[in-house]
Design a protein around this ligand. Structure first.
Ligand code: C5P
Length: 240
């Protein structure tokens, strides 16, 4: 079975969203990511509507607050019928544990608990920014590995990281954990604001569990063709 390419639908209105969904095809086959712009513009109804149509939804709001607030927030998000959601790993182990608890308690009976993914270092953060603005003493790979180990122990189901870090993470954190990777750029594409990028083929080879891809699909002249090409390049290079 193909590993998923999750399409980041980073638009802020229903018209553009519907156009993209129409182009991408059958709802049951498409994994979509809803981020802040759509959620803040349309509210939770957009999520429940799309979930009812059969889309697998990654609701990416990257919660980062004290444990009790994140627990209560996740309890609400768990009602929406989503498949994945996110916190920032830098919120710490107690916060991640609380997030997971909120998801478990908030999920209606008989439904699956959404998977909790912890964002390690954003793929827009470069080695220089990590060292000079976050004043982190560790190199990027070690910092990401350390956050991933902590997140796993605290109850997360996986992490968001760059595909560049996945080979090492699989060795040191385990293969029983999800490594979801944004910052994906086919060789010909601009890197935009992403710093730690990889091609779909590299991500496949290095062991990403799923890709998150926005602009290379949503801004392509033919988004459906771009989605197919990325899906093929990724899956043709998967080693396991
Ligand atoms: O357009 P692009 O492919 O760069 O979009 C990447 C998507 O992945 C965006 O929606 C962004 O919010 C998300 N993301 C990311 N880096 C992370 C976590 C999420 O780029 N570490």
């Amino acid at each position: 079975m193909n590993k998923p390419v999750i399409v980041a639908l980073d638009v802020d209105n229903r018209t553009q969203l519907d156009e993209l969904l129409e182009i991408l095809g059958k709802s049951q086959d498409v994994n979509i990511k809803i981020g802040m712009e759509l959620f803040f513009n349309q509210g939770e109804k957009i999520v429940t509507d799309l979930a009812a149509k059969g889309y697998k939804i990654f609701l990416d709001l990257k919660l980062h607050d004290i444990p009790n607030t994140v627990y209560s927030g996740m309890k609400q998000l768990a009602k929406l019928g989503i498949t994945y959601t996110t916190v920032h790993a830098l919120g710490g182990s107690q916060m991640i544990h609380a997030a997971k608890q909120g998801l478990i308690e908030g999920t209606p009976s008989g439904k699956s608990v959404p998977k909790l993914l912890a964002v390690t270092e954003l793929t827009s953060i470069s080695d220089e920014v990590l060292a000079n603005e976050q004043n982190c003493k560790l190199p990027m790979q070690e910092e990401v590995t350390s956050l991933a180990k902590m997140a796993k122990k605290a109850g997360a189901d996986g992490v968001i990281c760059s595909a560049r870090e996945v080979e090492d993470l699989r060795r040191n954190v385990g293969t029983d954990f999800l490594y979801v990777t944004p910052g994906i750029r086919p060789a010909a594409n601009s890197h935009d604001d992403q710093a730690r990028t990889a091609t779909p083929g590299q991500a496949g080879k290095w062991g990403s569990s799923a890709l998150v891809v926005g602009r290379p699909i949503t801004l392509a002249s033919d988004p459906a063709a771009s989605y197919q090409e990325i899906m093929e390049e990724f899956n043709q290079n998967v080693q396991d």
